[in-house]
Design a protein around this ligand. Sequence first.
Ligand code: ARG
Ligand code: ZN
Length: 883
Amino acid sequence: MDIASRPSEPVENPETADAAPPPHAPTVIRREDYRPPEWLVPETALDFSLGAGETTVRSMLKVARNPDGSGDKTIRLNGDGIEARSVSVDGKPGNGWRMDGPDLLIDLDGDEHEIAIETVLKPAQNSQLMGLYASNGMLCTQCEAQGFRRITFFPDRPDVLSSFTVRMEGPKDAFPVLLSNGNCVKEGEDGGTHWAEWHDPWPKPSYLFALVAGELVSNHDTFTTMSGRKVDLNIWVRPGDEDRTGHAMESLKASMKWDEETFGREYDLDLFNIVAVSDFNMGAMENKGLNIFNTRYVLADPETATDADYDAIEGVIGHEYFHNWSGNRVTCRDWFQLSLKEGFTVLRDQLFSADMGSEAVKRIEDVRILRSAQYPEDSGPLAHPIRPDSYEEISNFYTATVYNKGAEVIRMMRTMAGPERFREGTDLYFERHDGEAATCEDFVKAIEDGAGLDLGQFRLWYSQAGTPQVKAKLLHENGFATVRLEQTVPVTPGQPEKQPMPIPLKLALFERETGKHKGEALVVLDKESADFSFKGHERRPVLSINRGFSAPVAVEIDTTSEDLVFLAAKDDDAFARYEAMQSLVVRHLISAIGGGLGERERDLERDAVSQAIESALFDEDLDDLMRGELMILPAEAYLAEQMLVADPGAIHAEREGLRAWLGEELQEDFEDLHDRVSEVPYGRDAASRGARKLKTQALLYLAAGAPEEAAERAARQYALADNMTDRQGALMVLCGLDVPERDKALADFRKRYEGNALVLDKWFALQAGSLHPDVLEHVRELAGHPDFTLGNPNRVRSLYMAFAMNPAAFHAESGEGYRMIADLILKLDPINSQTAARFVPPLGRWRRIEPVRSDLMRGELERIAATPHLSRDVREQVTKSLG
Ligand code: ARG
Ligand code: ZN
């Protein structure tokens, strides 16, 4: 498609732009204010003249009045930090346009017009990494949520779907590979310049647009879909990285097959491209036919990637691929509906990973993430429902609540319907809304109709924030076992009153003598309180509840430690077994931290914990991956959640104290275990992965109990390692110790992986996240290291997020940790505001922290708030955290 002719001279803006709002007045966007767009854009043609220093973009939009609009003759084209060099309407250089703040408005008299606009971008100067930017010599884009408006003026909202044709030209030596969405339809060259034209047959919103140009090589493969179509697959990386793309490719093919088998979804283009870039704000992006990934979710080999890295790659490759249906074919009407695609897609990637590996272990890992990342969000100043009602900066809503709690909410529907009926619901959803921009309500309705569920009251899960608290009690009388349940939904910002929610809980009643139960029941607690009775229990059974973590709630169960020990050893639901073990430890630590235990009581409780761990160590029915899960102590963030006001120092001391005690008490067991699993050769199979998991778990306990001996053992593990899991595990343990082996290993690690950015990230993160008493000092030094830069989000996170998530260091009594993070936020904000804003929530916890630290945290937030020219991202998070 040709770009309408344009004047060579910039057109003067005839009217002065309306005064932009003063920089500090927040603009709140509300869900209830949604209106359909006045104008649609059936076709979009973009023409890029590429250069890292300067790129010219000529756009031609065919616009048409929306019959569902109000008839407003003004079209609003969003912009952000860009200027129009020229604007023409229907081929005539227009002067009927004006700016409204960053947006460009044009009055249009007819029903259909062609608008041509030219903008000029400076990709190499784009440090925000939104829109078009340069990374490692290549050019790439990130448009979700509102990056497209940094490229050209456009109705940059997800309910405007357009058919895109993209032409790009540039120097062949700098940009030998030119990619965009859909298929390449034409290409050619002219001297040192070459060009390509891409067409995407599927209309899409602007946030799914992508362009990549650079020196790239691909790992090519093919996949034949269920209807027999052959699809070309490419994973594009920098030359030299291609040998580390095998796992990503296997994951992609497995995802494509799995989505056909599990959800009946087939891929819909002849080409699927993935590009790995090293500067990226998030994990990855599902642009139609051209996914763009953070290198850390693509590149792996045993020497440089851990087992956890392998799992994350499989999960993220699956996630972005699954978006092709849950996100692209059916997209979101507006950004309040973000969980429509993200919650659903996270559930899909969780189910995929469960099918690829161990379902039980995957469930435990997912719950651990929910509890340590989402629960604190839900109980803090930034709590919001999975479908928020308002926002200032949408980037701040790519949260654990929208993603992970969103997935849990859809999982509950699946649990209540059963997998087959749930599938009928999702089939109906895709059929009804294919090609549309839908809402969460559309999804719920489709599941309701397709699966035959009544989700009337269930919709509260979309509108109410806060983690429901459930109290469970078992009563026993005349052969009846009665489970008495009570729920409360905590108050959250802007939501002083809550209604009871429907909470599906799977439960089982175990006979003490046989260690068996008569079958699992699913009860739905949909009132403030209810009793559920079961007959045929001559003796008092043991209650196992929220099996499989059937609801994302906090269950407080009135039971004895003896019963928990029983379940920790006998429960046939792997999650419930893990949960019993966790509860035992949580319960003990909470009372010990509160100072409510005498010396003797503490020893007795520690004995119970030690027995439970010992029985997990020796249980022959457990596989090692699961055994490893049972050995992991509850996170400090999760322990803090159990208290109204937490003392991070006391939590850390008590938890590490328990670990040291166990390390001494069970020293021989851990040593034998470490010896046993050290014999298992490297492989990608579950047994071998389980062995590696246990190796480092055992070292952690030994290091706490007998540091010197453990240092030797860890140094040996480091030296003998033939894979990154063992090497990183050993180095992590050494990093926490004040021993000579520490510096030696750190120096070796650095030298061994010279030039590998992802491994260097590990080197930073291990030091910033360590148990070493001098972490603050180390981080300060590392910030001045020649390899440290605020320009690369992976590097920033590797140093500072690892630090902010390191409780002992971040919560140093002096307040230095808080100051360090506040300083970082202020320094990073002008460079990359999205990444800067991600560091605010750790400081935002001040209300739930003991008074001395609390004041220091609030003080830092106030210092940030008082700084002029904050980004909208940071300002929203800081204001809400103080509010
Ligand atoms: N949709 C992407 C995903 O798969 C995330 C993109 C987020 N981008 C952003 N700028 N916040 O989850
Ligand atoms: Zn996603």
